[in-house]
Each structure stands twice: as structure tokens, then as C-alpha cells.
Ligand binder design. Structure first.
Ligand code: CP3
Length: 341
């Protein structure tokens, strides 16, 4: 079984020789070769130049025996393509945020092949470098998480403007989410046609919502994306940061795989959603610990799922200062795990 077969099988709860492994934010500032490349190219240049994006995507695969590549890009390329001007400092900055219905109406519904064709170009380049040995993952931000940046801008202080708008002007929030969702469906369809095995929808701030607001504003739009992408040839992963609060609801979005953050134990996830295919969920800061401790923690997570219907990952993205040895210990511990019968 090669990495791609293993990854594809796990997404569909099939039999695997061992669970597949990859890491959120595996390409990026943790790697010295990435920092070196960024010394000569801006973040936007890397994203918009397929050869550079492909190179950065491949960097972690040369270092670690991971089963999948995730395309190097950012969730904010979508609001950018809709006409908002995004800068990375490296934290994202958006000057003109969404405040009125006129602002929502002024957002473009771009032709994704034109506005985001650079992502398709990068995906095709990575696919040709990977061949059929390893899996390729595309991604997009969830409508709610994108709305957080589009309404609040910098995204500090708990996205108070966005969350407040859901109570003060619910129709405005729904209009924004609706428009973003249409673009995301076009964008992910383009990614599927460019050769991905799976796409991950990142709801990085979805877990900040009380369950009723999550159900009313976040869930229906993600469910629409999953529904429209079903059967097109790629598996779907729905990652919610802070999912413990809304685990059963998030599961209803209809993704093939549910991405779980580190705040909840895998034992608890299995109890609440038996048989659900899951991804996660080691605390990213556990990688600052010693290799033996990392291995033990990974093995405990694998014991909880029995390695079945499980893609091993962190509970959120790698921090830039993570020691390389910690990443290495994490990746290798999937191969030293023995299923207890
Ligand atoms: O390896 C991978 O996972 C692919 C790369 C990737 C990036 N952004 C590159 C990036 C992915 C999957 C993303 C998604 C993303 N972007 C999310 C969702 C994932 C999550 O962590 O919850 C979010 C919320 C964003 C928005 C964003 N973009 C932020 C908050 C930042 C600042 C991050 C920071 O650590 O300072 C960015 C910029 C960004 N995106 C960087 C990278 C490598 C840093 C830019 C640089 O190289 O200087």
C-alpha cells in the first residue's frame, strides 16, 4: 500500500496497513528551506507563482515520510479574488472590511479559473511531481472563518464585529456567507479538477460560536459545500478548531472526515461519534517535548481509534518555532505503533 492508497482508504474508512499521517502547516516557517526561499520572494509571490508554491509544498515531503502534501496557499486568496485587498505582514491585514449590504453586493463572484488559476497551476505542478505515490490535499477557508476576516479585518479580539453582526444584522451575515459559499464551491470544484485527492475546509474560528449560532450561521453553508462537491472525485475533511463544543453538529455537515483539535480527547470523540472517520489531534505544542513523550502521546491517540478511520495529524497548525526533531518524532511514531487486539 503506498501513501496515496493509504490516505484514500482512510478517508473512506477502508482497511489500512497503518494510519496515514500529515501535519497542518507542514509547509512554512518551521522549515529553514522555506525561510530561505521567503528571503527572496514575498508571501504573495510564492502563492501566485505555481513553481514556487509547488516547491514549498514539496519541501516537507523531502524531509519527512508523510503520506500527503497540502498545497501551499492561504484561505484569504478567496476574499482577495472577490475584490478585497489582502496584505500579509505576516498576519493578514484587510483595510476595507464588510459593513453594509452594499459592501456585500460590491463583492465580485469571480471566474475562478481566471482569478485563482494560479492555485490550479500549482496543484497540477505538485501532482506531476508526486505522481501517484503520495496524496495531494487542497483546501479553503470555511465561510464563517472567512467572514471573520472580511468583517473584522485583522482578526484580533475574538472577531467581535463579525459575531456582533450575526445578532444585529443576521440578514447581512447570511448574504455574505451565501456569496462566499458560491465562490468556494467554484473554487473547490476547480481544485478537484486539478488533481487533488481530498480537500480540507478550515473553520479555524467556528469553535468560538455558541452551538445555536454555529448551527444557524456556520453549519448550513459548509453543508452546502459538502453536498455540492460530493461525488466529484475528492474526499472532504471538515476541520473545526474548538470542535468539542459542537462535535455532533459539525459531524452533520456531511464531510467524509472530521478534523479534530487538541482540546478534546480522542477517547471522548469516539464515544460521542462512534465509527466516524476523524483526523487529529495531538496538541501542536507537544512537539516541544522529548521524542519518547511525543511517541507515547501519539500512541495513546492511535489506541483510542484503533488506527481505523483515522488520519493522524496535529490538532492545529505547526507553530513556526517547533523543533524539527519534534516533527520527526511525531511522524515516525505512527510506524512504531502496534495495534493491541
Ligand atoms: O502547509 C500548509 O498547511 C499550507 C499552508 C497554509 C498557509 N495558510 C500558509 C501561510 C494553510 C493551510 C493556511 C491556512 C490559513 N490561513 C488558515 C487556516 C488554518 C489555521 O491555521 O487555522 C488561516 C486562519 C489563515 C489566515 C492566515 N494567513 C494567518 C492567521 C496568517 C498569519 C500566520 C502566522 O503564523 O503569522 C497567515 C499567513 C500565512 N499563511 C503564512 C503561511 C506560511 C505566514 C506568512 C509567511 O510566510 O511569512
Amino acid at each position: 500500500m503506498n501513501s496515496r492508497e493509504r490516505f484514500q482508504a482512510a478517508c473512506r474508512n477502508g482497511k489500512v496497513d497503518r494510519p496515514p499521517v500529515w501535519l497542518m502547516r507542514q509547509a512554512g516557517r518551521t522549515l529553514p528551506e522555506y525561510r530561505e526561499l521567503r528571503a527572496n520572494h514575498s508571501f504573495w509571490d510564492v502563492c501566485r507563482t505555481p513553481e514556487l508554491a509547488a516547491e514549498v509544498t514539496m519541501q516537507p515531503l523531502r524531509r519527512f515520510p508523510i503520506d500527503a502534501a497540502i498545497i501551499f496557499s492561504d484561505i484569504l486568496v478567496v476574499p482577495d479574488a472577490m475584490g478585497m485587498n489582502i496584505e500579509f505582514t505576516p498576519a493578514p491585514v484587510i483595510d476595507q472590511t464588510i459593513e453594509t449590504m452594499e459592501d456585500v453586493k460590491a463583492l465580485k463572484r469571480p471566474d475562478v479559473e481566471k482569478a485563482l488559476g494560479y492555485v490550479a497551476g500549482a496543484l497540477k505542478e505538485v501532482r506531476s511531481q508526486l505522481g501517484s505515490e503520495r496524496a495531494l490535499i487542497g483546501f479553503a477557508g470555511a465561510p464563517y472563518t472567512l467572514a471573520c476576516y472580511m468583517v473584522d479585518g485583522m482578526g484580533k479580539k475574538g472577531f467581535v464585529k463579525t459575531r456582533g453582526m450575526m445578532y444585529s444584522h443576521p440578514e447581512l451575515m447570511h448574504a455574505l456567507m451565501d456569496k462566499v459559499t458560491d465562490v468556494l464551491i467554484d473554487y473547490l470544484t476547480m481544485q478537484v479538477e486539478s488533481g487533488i485527492d481530498a480537500f480540507q475546509v478550515f473553520d479555524s474560528w467556528g469553535g468560538d460560536l455558541p452551538p445555536d449560532q454555529f448551527e444557524a450561521f456556520a453549519l448550513p453553508y459548509v453543508a452546502r459545500i459538502m453536498e455540492r462537491l460530493k461525488g466529484k472525485g475528492a474526499a472532504s475533511i471538515y476541520y473545526v478548531n474548538g470542535i468539542g463544543n459542537v462535535l455532533e453538529l459539525a459531524s452533520q455537515a456531511g464531510s467524509d472526515v472530521l478534523g479534530v483539535d487538541w482540546r478534546i480527547s480522542m477517547e471522548d470523540v469516539r464515544r460521542r461519534l462512534p465509527g466516524r472517520v476523524v483526523q487529529g489531534n495531538l496538541d501542536p505544542t507537544a512537539l516541544y517535548g522529548n521524542p519518547e513523550d511525543i511517541g507515547n502521546r501519539v500512541h495513546r491517540i492511535l489506541d483510542a481509534t484503533g488506527g481505523q478511520g483515522h488520519i493522524l495529524n496535529l490538532g492545529h497548525g505547526l507553530n513556526p518555532s517547533t523543533p524539527i526533531e519534534g516533527i520527526d518524532a511525531f511522524v515516525r511514531s505512527v510506524s512504531t505503533w502496534k495495534k493491541s487486539s
